[in-house]
Ligand binder design. Structure first.
Ligand code: 5U1
Length: 674
C-alpha cells in the first residue's frame, strides 16, 4: 500500500498544479514557466503510474480519461438554458432600457453588467462538492447532450473548484470557444493532413466539442469563459451579476477580463463602441456585447418572455460573413514574386465595411473549395485581416461558371510564371524587373519593423514607382524636395517631413537593415541572429550555405535564399548605393570577444506587447545576454509590461523594480529607431 507520504506528495502536486492553472487561465498571470509546469505534471503522472490506486477523477492528469463513446446521452436542464434577445442598433437599446425602467417603475438610471459576447457554444457545468460532475450542451434549452468527457479536456475548465468556501452544488453557464491563434494553428494542421478546414472559430469549436472520441477534443485548442450562475447551494449567492462573476472567479472559473458595471444606458453605448474598437485586436472572436441588469432582485422582477430573459440583451456587431457574387479572379504579385489569387467581388458590406476584394490564398485553396467565377460566395472579414472567400454556394452554380486559371505570364511584367517543386506558390520569375516586386520590396523596406520611414506609406510608394521617381530602395535617398512637392496631394511640409524621415532612417542597426532587405524567409529574429553571428554585413554577404546553417534560426532553405539574394549583382549594387547614401549602423562586437550587453540582467515580461509575442521578446532579450524569468523579485532588473499586465507590475512597483513599456524595450534592445 502506498505510504501516507506519497499520498501527501500527490496532493501537494495536484494543489500546486491547480493553483498554476488558476493563475494562468483565470487570473491571466502565470507564475511559473511552461517547463516547470510540465515537470510538475510529469512528476504527478509518474507517481500515479506507480500507485494507480491513488488516481482520482479530479486529478489534473485525468483530463483525457474516457474511451470514445458511441453517442452522447441526453441531459435534462433543471434550470432551462435561456437564449438572449438581440439588439442591432442604438434605438433598440434605448427601447430595451425604457421597457425595463417602466416594468420596474424606476426613474433613476438602471445599472447594467456588461461583457463581450463570445462567438462559441453555450455549455452548462455542474460541480458537486467542488468536483466537475457533468457538462452539457444547450440543446433546445430544456435538454442537451452530456459532453462531460469532452469538456474535461478543456484546460481552462477546472476539474475541481479552488478556494476555501466550496459550495455543495454549483451550476454555471458559459461559452466554449476557440481562441484565434489556436484556430489558425488547427486549420494549418488540418490542411497539412488534407483534413476538413473549419470556416471559422465557432465551427471549429462546435466540431471539436461534438467529437465522440475525447482524445480528438483534447487535441483541439478550446477554452471556456463563464457568464452566469444557474444554481448555487451551500454558500450565499451574491445579489448582483457582477459580484456573482467575482465569486465564480474566486472558485477558479475563468470569467471575461472585460466585465464591467455600467450606470446608465449611455454608458452601455460607450462600452459597445469601445468593444467594437477593440474587437479586431482581441485574441478571440466576439459577435457583440451582452448587457444584463446588474441587480438580481431587478432581474427576478423583470422575468422572462418565452425562452429569453427580459433583463438581458445582446447588442450584436454587424455581420462578418455575407454572400456576394465572385465577378472575377485576378492575380497579385507579392514581394517574393508569389502570385496570389484575389477575388473581385460585387461590393458588399461585411461587418460595417464595404468589401470588393478578398483573398483566395492560393490555387490549392481554390481547387479545394471548388470556387468558380460567377459563383455566389461567402465572404468573411474577421479582425484586421484581409477578407477571405470562405466557400462557394453550390446550389446557385450555373453551367458555364469556369475555374480560375493561373496565368503562364506575370500580369505585371509578363515574365514567365513557374511553380517550384514541392511549393504551393506560383512565382513570377521577373525579380526586380517586375514593378510589382519592386514596389513590394520598397514598401517592406519602409515598413515599421524595417527602416520605419514615417510618411512613406504603401500608396505613396506605388505613386513614386508609377511616376518613375524611384525604382529601388536606393533611389529613396536621392529624392528631392522639388520632386516630392510636385506630386499630387503632397504639400511642401509633408515632402520636407518625408525627407527628414529618410535622413533619420540612415542611422539604423545591422539587424534592422538585414531584415529590411526583404530576403525570402528572413524575418526579424533571423536578421538579428545573422547580425549577431556575423557582426558585419560583408560577412553575411559572403557566407556560404554551410556557414549560414550554423546560425540559430537558419535552416538549409533560408541559407539558400540568403546566398541567392546576395548572388544577384542588382542586389549588391542597390546595397552599395544605399550605403554610399550614408546609411550606417553601430558596430556589433564579436560575441566571443565581449560580454553581451544585457549579460547579468534578469527581465520579466508580462501583458500583451503590440509588436512581439512574449516569447519573441524573451528571445530578443536572451540573445542580448539577459535572463528571462517568470516571476518578479528584488533581483529582477526590470519588468517589460505590455497591455493588461496584471499583478506583476504591481509587484514590481512594490519592490521598486523598473517597469519598461514596449518603446523602452525597443530602445533597450535596439530593435527599433530610438
Ligand atoms: N457573455 C454572455 N454570453 N451569454 C450568452 N452572457 C450571456 N448570457 C446568456 C447567454 C445565452 O444568457 C443569460 C440569460 C444567462
Amino acid at each position: 500500500m502506498a505510504s501516507k507520504k506519497i499520498q501527501l506528495e500527490i496532493n501537494r502536486l495536484r494543489d500546486e498544479i491547480n493553483l498554476h492553472n488558476t493563475q494562468y487561465y483565470v487570473l491571466d498571470d502565470p507564475q511559473v514557466s511552461d517547463q516547470y509546469y510540465d515537470q510538475l505534471l510529469r512528476k504527478l503522472q509518474t507517481l500515479e503510474k506507480q500507485f494507480p490506486g491513488l488516481i482520482t477523477t479530479d486529478s489534473p492528469t485525468q483530463r483525457v480519461g474516457a474511451e470514445a463513446s458511441e453517442q452522447f446521452e441526453s441531459v435534462e436542464h433543471e434550470v432551462p438554458m435561456l437564449s438572449l434577445d438581440n439588439a442591432f442598433d442604438e434605438a433598440e437599446m434605448q427601447a430595451f432600457n425604457k421597457r425595463l425602467s417602466e416594468l420596474l417603475s424606476l426613474e433613476v438610471s438602471l445599472q447594467y453588467c456588461a461583457e463581450p459576447k463570445l462567438d462559441g457554444l453555450a455549455v452548462s457545468l455542474l460541480y458537486e462538492q467542488g468536483q466537475l460532475v457533468r457538462a452539457a450542451t444547450r440543446g433546445d434549452g430544456r435538454s442537451g447532450e452530456n459532453i462531460t468527457t469532452n469538456v474535461r479536456t478543456i484546460k481552462s475548465v477546472p476539474l475541481k473548484l479552488v478556494g476555501d468556501k466550496i459550495p455543495e452544488l454549483l451550476e454555471v453557464r458559459g461559452e466554449v470557444y476557440m481562441p484565434l491563434k489556436g484556430f489558425k494553428q488547427l486549420n494549418d494542421r488540418q490542411r497539412q493532413h488534407d483534413n476538413k478546414i473549419f470556416a471559422n472559430p465557432r465551427n471549429a469549436a462546435a466540431g471539436s466539442l461534438r467529437q465522440l472520441d475525447p482524445k480528438i477534443t483534447a487535441s483541439r485548442p478550446l477554452a471556456f469563459c463563464c457568464y452566469s450562475i444557474a444554481q448555487l447551494l451551500g454558500t450565499t449567492l451574491p445579489d448582483s451579476q457582477f459580484d456573482q462573476m467575482q465569486l465564480v472567479k474566486l472558485l477558479g472559473l475563468p470569467i471575461s477580463p472585460y466585465i464591467e458595471k455600467l450606470n446608465s444606458i449611455e454608458a452601455c453605448s460607450d462600452y459597445y463602441h469601445s468593444m467594437a474598437d477593440k474587437r479586431d485586436f482581441l485574441s478571440f472572436e466576439i459577435d457583440g456585447v451582452v448587457f444584463k441588469l446588474n441587480k438580481i432582485s431587478q432581474q427576478n422582477k423583470a422575468g422572462f418572455v418565452s425562452r429569453a430573459p427580459r433583463w438581458a440583451i445582446a447588442r450584436k456587431f454587424p455581420a462578418q460573413e455575407v454572400m456576394t457574387t465572385l465577378l472575377d479572379v485576378e492575380f497579385q504579385v507579392g514581394r517574393t514574386g508569389a502570385l496570389t489569387p484575389v477575388a473581385r467581388l460585387e461590393p458588399v458590406e461585411v461587418g460595417g465595411v464595404i468589401v470588393s476584394n478578398a483573398t483566395l490564398h492560393n490555387m490549392d485553396e481554390i481547387n479545394r473549395k471548388d470556387i468558380r467565377i460567377g459563383d455566389t460566395v461567402i465572404v468573411r472579414r474577421a479582425g484586421d485581416v484581409i477578407p477571405e472567400v470562405v466557400s462557394a454556394v453550390l446550389k446557385d452554380r450555373k453551367a458555364g461558371f469556369n475555374k480560375p486559371e493561373m496565368p503562364g505570364a506575370c500580369p505585371v511584367c509578363n515574365s514567365e510564371v513557374i511553380q517550384q517543386e514541392g511549393q504551393a506558390a506560383f512565382r513570377c520569375t521577373g525579380g526586380l524587373v517586375c514593378a510589382a516586386q519592386r514596389k513590394e520590396a520598397i514598401k517592406h523596406f519602409a515598413s515599421r519593423k524595417a527602416m520605419d520611414i514615417d510618411g512613406l506609406g504603401d500608396k505613396l510608394v506605388e505613386q513614386l514607382v508609377d511616376l518613375g521617381l524611384i525604382d529601388s530602395i536606393a533611389d529613396l535617398y536621392s529624392l528631392t524636395l522639388d520632386q516630392l512637392s510636385s506630386m499630387d496631394r503632397m504639400a511642401e511640409k509633408s515632402a520636407k517631413n518625408l525627407l527628414d524621415a529618410l535622413e533619420h532612417s540612415k542611422q539604423t542597426t545591422l539587424p534592422r537593415f538585414i531584415y529590411s532587405l526583404g530576403i525570402r524567409e528572413v524575418g526579424e529574429a533571423t536578421a538579428l541572429a545573422l547580425a549577431n553571428y556575423f557582426t558585419e554585413l560583408t560577412a553575411v554577404e559572403s557566407a556560404d550555405e554551410e556557414t549560414l546553417v550554423q546560425v540559430d534560426d537558419v535552416g538549409p532553405v533560408v541559407a539558400a535564399n540568403i546566398v541567392h539574394f546576395f548572388d544577384q549583382a542588382e542586389n549588391q549594387h542597390v546595397i552599395q548605393r544605399v550605403i554610399e547614401a550614408g546609411l550606417q549602423w553601430p558596430d556589433i562586437e564579436k560575441v566571443e570577444d565581449i560580454d553581451l550587453p544585457l549579460k547579468g540582467t534578469t527581465y520579466v515580461i508580462t501583458g500583451t506587447l503590440e509588436n512581439y509575442s512574449r516569447q519573441q521578446a524573451a528571445e530578443i532579450l536572451k540573445k542580448l545576454g539577459a535572463k528571462v524569468s517568470s516571476s518578479v523579485s528584488k533581483k529582477t532588473t526590470a519588468v517589460v509590461a505590455g497591455d493588461r499586465p496584471g499583478s506583476k507590475v504591481d509587484k514590481a512597483n512594490k519592490l521598486d523594480v523598473t517597469v519598461l513599456d514596449e518603446k523602452a524595450f525597443d530602445e533597450l534592445t535596439g530593435n527599433r529607431h530610438v
